[in-house]
Design a binder for this molecule. Structure first.
Ligand SMILES: O=C(CO)COP(=O)(O)O
Length: 214
C-alpha cells in the first residue's frame, strides 16, 4: 500500500510530519509520501521523504501570474502531484492539461474524484493513479472503507474498465491501520489521508499505527 499524507492548509509543522513519514517509511518498508503547501515543497523534499504537490496548473512557462507551475514544483523536489482534489476542483480540460504539464515535468500524477463515474472519466485521461474521496466523508471520523465500501470497489472496477494500468487509491476519514488494511482488501493500492496525521498530537505515532498491519 502507498500512503499519501496531504497536509492541506492545516497548521501543522510540515518538517516534523515529513521527518516522521521518512523514518516510518524506512522502518516499515511501506511507501509513504507527504504533500505540503507549495511554499513548503523544497523544505519537505530536503528531509528525504517522497514529496508531492497538492496541485499544479495546466500551463507551462509564460505569462501566468499566480500559477503553480509543474516544472517549478519538480525543481523544488516534488516527485508527484495531486490534481483535482475535492478542495481544488478543476474543469475537465484543465485536469487533462494539468496531467500533461505534470508529465512534461516528470511528476507522477494522482487525479482525485468524488465517485466511480468520475474515476472512470479521470482514468481515461491517462494519469498514473486516481483517488476516490467522497466529499461528505472528508475530514470526518468514519473511514470511506467502512462507511461506503461499495464506492471503493466500484471505483476499482471503473478504473480497470478504462485502463488497467491506472492505480486506484481511496481516501476520506482514514485514521487507523485497520482502515488502511480494509481499503486494501477492497482493491485499493493506496490511500490518501490528511487529518488523521496532520491534526494528530503525535504525527509519528499516527503514522506508525497506520502501517502497523501492513
Ligand atoms: O482529503 C483527504 C486527503 O486528500 C482526506 O482527508 P481526511 O483524511 O482528513 O478525511
Amino acid at each position: 500500500m502507498f500512503i499519501l499524507v496531504n497536509l492541506k492548509a492545516y497548521p501543522c509543522d510540515p518538517i516534523e510530519v515529513a521527518s516522521a513519514a521518512r523514518d516510518v517509511a524506512d522502518d516499515s518498508g511501506v511507501r509513504i509520501a507527504v504533500s505540503p503547501q507549495a511554499a513548503d515543497l523544497a523544505r519537505v523534499a530536503e528531509t528525504g521523504v517522497e514529496t508531492w504537490a497538492q496541485h499544479v496548473d495546466p500551463n507551462s512557462h509564460g505569462s501566468h501570474t499566480g500559477s503553480t507551475l509543474a516544472e517549478a514544483v519538480a525543481d523544488a523536489g516534488a516527485q508527484g502531484t495531486l490534481i483535482n482534489h475535492s478542495e481544488k476542483r478543476l474543469r475537465l480540460a484543465d485536469i487533462d492539461g494539468a496531467i500533461q504539464a505534470a508529465e512534461r515535468a516528470g511528476l507522477k500524477t494522482c487525479v482525485c474524484a468524488n465517485n466511480p463515474a468520475q474515476i472512470g472519466a479521470a482514468a481515461a485521461l491517462g494519469p498514473d493513479s486516481v483517488a476516490v474521496e467522497p466529499p461528505a466523508l472528508i475530514g470526518g471520523d468514519v473511514s470511506v472503507a467502512t462507511a461506503d465500501p461499495g464506492i471503493v470497489e466500484d471505483a476499482v472496477e471503473a478504473a480497470a474498465a478504462v485502463d488497467d494500468d491506472v492505480a486506484v487509491y481511496c481516501g476520506a476519514g482514514i485514521s487507523s491501520g485497520e482502515d488502511v488494511a480494509t481499503a486494501g482488501d477492497l482493491g485499493a493500492s493506496g490511500i490518501l489521508l490528511a487529518s488523521g496525521v496532520a491534526k494528530a498530537d503525535d504525527p509519528r505515532a499516527a503514522l506508525e499505527s497506520l502501517v502497523d498491519p501492513l
